[in-house]
Design a protein around this ligand. Structure first.
Ligand code: MN
Length: 629
């Protein structure tokens, strides 16, 4: 690459650039590096020049670009930091100093979290140091093939475990994706090659389908007066690979998911576009996420949904131009050069970022930046799978959380864990850097007790879901002294002395069944139910009993996300079971939730069970409980 290419790139976005100073830095660096060559055989200056160019592509300021040109000098040549300060000023010298210190931190595979932390702490003075470091890494990865075989693997792992997650944390998707694909290419060369061939082969047929879907949406958006850009989303290889492993799917299953991105001018149009898509095709339940209302920790904002169109799933990301830029460039926007022209949108974006990061514009406030880092890193731990993949979990997580993070079926079947080679109890608290191997049983068996030890929402939801569909259904509290829990096997209630009783057992010797005449005996505070004709009972101690039909009125309480047609769906579902609804109440709750109460008189327990499970299956219904009327 020639210097003029870099200068031209900078001129595209920065009309006040000090080209003379950049030229000076280039010559300064070229002179000092002149005896050294890269592993590729090129003159060494090509490396800093390319790093500076990557930063120019991200529209960074002059200081960052000059620091990039000088970044290896103190480490590799005889020049001192003081001399750099004298030639280029304090600001640039402190960037170079930060970069030099970063290279001195030793990276060890097992301790990568410590490494990231140290790296960040030593660069708290200025996040531009990390941005330059990432550009440095990116160019090194682009030329990694010239290194020796075993060094390549080490560098690629380091990239995958440290730098790609770091780029992700800072919201820089474009750098993250490229780093991951380069590492993947060298760590799994055969698979990479296979992917490449498959991508090529499937590309043609996919393109027509994608075009068809795009043109339908485009027409509808235009009818609504929405000006939007619709893009087919290129999936990068590593993300396909990761999903194949996470979801245990084939290449085709992952790759064949069509991903589209819709970019609009305003937030309002994002939601309008979402409505149009949900109107055109059936949304897939559970796939909708609103990261506009609730941005991800790395500032990412977008609406996510998936629908079934032409018999296949299509994933959508819907966001504004600003959000799109933020998603690709992340934190880099914060430091990118502001053009001469007043740009209101840009100012707004910048302010938003400053708010999110709680940083001063000059990033001089170390304490606030440390707070930001704390948010980003300290609440998380990094756990290794036996294959060396990294799973991110919140602090305080246990092996069950880890198992569910790998896959819900691994979580369901988890029955033991080995941490760093030692068997530990499932409640064991994991630490960053732990390597965890989950032992599984053949059949799923999540326990209610797990709810007390898990720390992630994913694990908790999944366990609850499993328990509610497999274990027991709480019944309304009728008798204050008894616990109103019935197990699944027991489908009928018993009245003793004309009061419904839950805490009873059926005598094994005569095994009474519903509709047979029965009698109860009290032993150890518990009723045992015998047939009236049973010969083993002591008549003196027996108490009158009968099977209860629980045909007493109940109230079913439902909490659901509000939507058009919700009540109709619920009433239709109940009507389809032949049940009369004698009371309906609904009230709006916060966050677009609604609470609904329905009065019903079920015929028996199975009837309630049936009702509850059918209501649970209705779209957007969240919590259900039943109560005495
Ligand atoms: Mn370098």
């Amino acid at each position: 690459m020639r210097l003029s290419k870099l200068l031209d790139k900078i001129k595209e976005y920065n009309h006040q650039t000090n080209l003379d100073l950049i030229r000076k830095a280039y010559k300064f660096s070229r002179e000092l590096h002149k005896d050294k060559k890269r592993a590729s055989g090129e003159p060494y200056i090509q490396h800093p020049l390319n790093v500076a160019y990557i930063l120019a592509e991200h529209k960074l300021d002059d200081d960052s670009i000059i620091a990039a040109l000088l970044h290896d000098l103190v480490e590799d040549t005889s020049i001192s930091l003081d001399e750099i300060k004298k030639e280029f000023g304090e600001e640039i010298a402190s960037l170079v100093d930060g970069l030099t210190k970063l290279t001195q931190i030793k990276y060890e595979t097992k301790r990568n979290v410590e490494y990231i932390r140290k790296m960040l702490v030593s660069s708290t003075k200025d996040v531009r140091i990390i941005l330059i470091k990432l550009a440095d890494k990116l160019h090194n990865m682009r030329t990694v093939k010239y290194l020796e075989e075993n060094k390549i693997k080490r560098v690629c792992r380091e990239t995958l475990y440290v730098y790609a997650p770091l780029a992700h944390k800072l919201g820089m998707a474009s750098i993250k994706d490229e780093l991951e694909d380069l590492a993947f290419k060298h760590l799994h060369p055969t698979m990479y090659q296979k992917f490449k061939e498959k991508f090529g082969r499937r590309k043609m047929s996919r393109e027509n389908e994608i075009k068809k879907i795009i043109s339908i949406i485009d027409k509808r958006l235009k009818e609504q007066g929405i000006n939007a850009l619709i893009l087919g989303r290129a999936k990068h290889f590593y993300s396909v690979y990761k999903k194949m492993i996470e979801k245990n799917r084939s290449f085709e299953e992952i790759y064949d998911l069509i991903g589209l991105r819709i970019i609009t001018d305003t937030v309002k149009e994002c939601y309008e576009a979402l409505g149009i898509i949900h109107n055109l095709w059936t949304p897939i339940p559970g796939e909708f996420d609103d990261y506009i209302a609730m941005p991800k920790p790395n500032m990412y904002q977008s609406l996510h949904t998936a629908v079934v169109a032409f018999n296949q799933s299509v994933e959508f990301q819907i966001r504004t131009y600003e959000m799109d830029k933020l998603a690709e460039e992340g934190i880099a926007i914060h430091w990118s050069y502001k053009g001469v022209k007043e740009d209101r949108q840009f100012d707004k974006r910048l302010n938003l970022l400053k708010q999110i990061l709680s940083l001063q514009s000059e990033s001089k406030n170390v304490k606030e930046f440390m707070e930001f880092l704390k948010d980003v890193f300290e609440d998380e731990i990094y756990i290794f799978t036996p294959k060396g993949d990294i799973i991110n979990l919140p602090k305080g997580s246990c092996p069950i959380d880890f198992a569910y993070a790998i896959h819900s079926s691994v979580g369901d079947r988890c029955n033991g864990a080995i941490v760093n080679g030692r068997i530990v109890p499932l409640r064991h608290q994991l630490k960053s850097g732990d390597m965890v191997n989950i032992l599984t049983s053949k059949n799923p068996s999540p326990k209610r007790d797990w709810l007390k030890i898990v720390n992630t929402a994913k694990a908790r939801n999944r366990i609850k879901q499993f328990i509610s569909s497999h274990e027991e259904i709480p019944l309304p509290k009728l008798d204050n002294k008894q616990k109103p829990i019935l197990t699944k096997q027991r489908s009928t209630l018993v009245n003793v002395n004309k009061k419904p009783i839950y805490n009873y057992r059926l005598a094994k010797d005569c095994n009474p069944t519903p509709r047979q005449k029965i009698i109860a005996q009290l032993s150890k505070n518990r009723y045992t139910i015998h047939k009236q004709s049973c010969s083993n009972i002591e008549r003196r101690k027996s108490i009158g009993a009968s099977w209860a039909d629980i045909s007493f009125p109940l109230v079913i309480k439902i909490i659901s996300k509000d939507r058009v047609g919700l009540l109709a769906d619920i009433l239709n579902t109940i009507a389809a079971t032949g049940t009369n609804v004698n009371l309906t109440r609904s009230r709006k709750m916060s966050n677009n939730y609604v609470g609904i109460e329905l009065g019903v008189t079920p015929e028996n327990l199975d009837h309630i069970r049936d009702l509850l499970s059918k209501i649970k299956n209705i779209k957007s219904v969240g919590k259900i409980s039943i109560d005495k009327k």
